[in-house]
Design a protein around this ligand. Structure first.
Ligand SMILES: C[S@@+](CC[C@H](N)C(=O)[O-])C[C@H]1O[C@@H](n2cnc3c(N)ncnc32)[C@H](O)[C@@H]1O
Length: 275
């Protein structure tokens, strides 16, 4: 905690007083930001992503019925895919994100949200999706291996795994930098300062978010969150997927899954199947 305080003071030097937070304000990942997540990413095109998922399923595993949405967040993919007729199980490590997802899908009878332990005794699934950086939250080799091992175990023969991840060549080439995000929606305003620390040895970026939530011109919340993001290279993904018994069908970008990701594409996208 002392370490954290020192870093905050270092980093916030020169910032407006409003950004000076006390120790109690520290939170991990989505523990604090879950309730503004949908606002922050309101420009993300979930509908389009679900169309892509649907297309890949129709191309590569057309009889699919049951989808696991791993790292489902607030349940946006789950909601849309359920409307398209799939049965969805949503899992997330964050109880707060899951509570948002449950609320979104409360009238969707073919969506279930489960706690993390569900994976150990799960029924078979046809497809697993892990969209929007979920794999990059699995920082250690142990977490990555456990994930693919468990998913392989519960996928039906020929089942698919569809996911994106931070793309190593791009993260190293573009190098993460400090950023501001200002979002306004109705009476709510969010100001987010992002400060990354790039650890090239570990292929990891620790992203620190200082967040202010303002309602009717008054600060109603302020907090800090850390997101520890791992990036991967194509050769690494080849080895991981091959080792766990998957064949890569498509490796591209979310906007064009047929185009090889370049050093300008921060995120890469994979569709693979059980062999
Ligand atoms: C950027 S959000 C993406 C959420 C959702 N898939 C979407 O597209 O909006 C990343 C999600 O991964 C979840 N997550 C992080 N680590 C995880 C883990 N080890 N197991 C399951 N979910 C995890 C987070 O809680 C968060 O909801």
């Amino acid at each position: 905690m002392l370490y954290e305080s020192v870093r905050v003071n270092e980093i916030t030097q020169g910032l407006p007083d409003i950004f000076l937070l006390n120790e109690a304000s520290f939170m991990k990942s989505f523990e604090k930001s879950y309730y503004i997540y949908d606002l922050l990413y309101s420009d993300k095109d979930y509908k389009n992503e679900c169309e892509l998922i649907d297309k890949l399923i129709k191309d590569y595993k057309p009889q699919s019925k049951k989808i696991l949405d791993y790292g489902c967040g607030t349940g946006k993919h789950a909601f849309i895919l359920a409307q398209n007729g799939y049965d969805i199980v949503g899992l997330d490590i964050s109880a707060e994100m899951l509570s948002m997802a449950r609320k979104r899908c409360e009238d969707s009878p073919n969506v279930l949200f489960e706690s993390y332990g569900w994976l150990s005794n799960a029924d078979k699934i046809d497809v697993c999706i892990a969209m929007f950086d979920v794999i990059s939250y699995l920082n250690s080799n142990r977490e990555i291996n456990e994930f693919f091992l468990k998913i392989k175990h519960i996928l039906n023969p020929g089942g698919l795994i569809i996911f994106d991840f931070w793309h190593g060549p791009s993260v190293c080439y573009l190098n993460p930098e400090n950023r501001w995000k200002h979002h306004k929606s109705g009476d709510i305003e969010i100001i987010r300062l992002t400060q990354p620390v790039h650890n090239r040895t570990e292929c990891n970026v620790t992203v620190k978010h200082d967040v202010l939530v303002i309602e009717n011109n008054k600060v109603v919340d302020k907090f800090i969150e850390y997101h520890s993001m791992r990036y991967f290279f194509k050769k690494e993904m080849d080895i991981i997927l091959d080792y766990h018994g998957f064949k890569i069908l498509e490796l591209g970008t979310i906007n064009d899954y047929k185009k090889s990701p370049t050093e300008k594409d921060w995120s890469a996208f994979i569709c693979a199947k059980v062999i």
